[in-house]
Design a protein around this ligand. Sequence first.
Ligand SMILES: [Fe+2]
Ligand SMILES: [Fe+2]
Length: 135
Amino acid sequence: MGLVQWNSELSVGIPSIDSQHKKLVELVNTMHEAMLTGKGKDIVAKILSELITYTKTHFKHEEDYMERTAYPQTAVHALQHAQLTKKVLDLQSKVESGTVTITMEVMNFLKSWLQDHIMKMDKAYEQHFKQHGLK
Ligand SMILES: [Fe+2]
Ligand SMILES: [Fe+2]
């Protein structure tokens, strides 16, 4: 069983975004699996780099939707995206320099890094995006 479970609690009601969130959940779970099976630094770094690349793509997609519909919370949401990106980039440099290895503590950080933002900030745009017919 994965570390993060996808369920309706995580759904923001916008199909393109739900599917991107599912992919992010999958990448966090892949990282957890790599930790459990004792995969080496190279594999962990590769998964982390995939997670970062996909996160950037995803944030861009959400910010594009926000800008196109003049979402009132765009600035604060984009700022949180920048902070979240910085956190994983920091983790990446620590993993690459060997000062951090992937432990359950790191995994729990990634789990809340993903879930908290979806549940608090992302869910807030649901009605606004739906009113603008975004899918
Ligand atoms: Fe999101
Ligand atoms: Fe977001």
